[in-house]
Design a protein. Sequence first.
Length: 171
Amino acid sequence: MRKPSTRRRTTQSISPSVRRLVHHRDDGRCRVPGCRHAVFVDVRHIDPKAEGGSHDPENLITLCAAHHRAIHRGTLVVSGGASVGLEFRHADGTAYGSPRVSPRSSTTLATAFRALCSLGFRETESRRAIANVHPHVGADDSAETVLRRALAELTRPTPPHSANIFGPKAA
């Protein structure tokens, strides 16, 4: 007798109707500027589902496998929404396709991003920390320096509320 499998069936998180709508809206092509891939493209979340992103078509985009991997590696950053416009940037903050991209800086920032994610920080908070420390990082700083500054940013205690909810303090 065969033992029942303990593995769960995979489920499709985005409904087929929404997937078709987004695929049609994006003309069945990768939305990254300059990319012409129309084969092996799939609908992906702009804000990850695991971090509160929804299945709303506004939060979905058609991407080729290469650009989807670049987003997860942290070398490509997508922001905005499908109807209001999408912004594609390199890890160093320059516009995607810009001739001013610093490969060393992009690699350093992407390495720090991946390290933060591997330490358990969410993609959105890792991106926010990298964006906050980027202006304070020199072109020759190492990934370790960027990572240390980003960790300091992420683990900084939040300031207490200025309003006293218990009323005025007695003197």
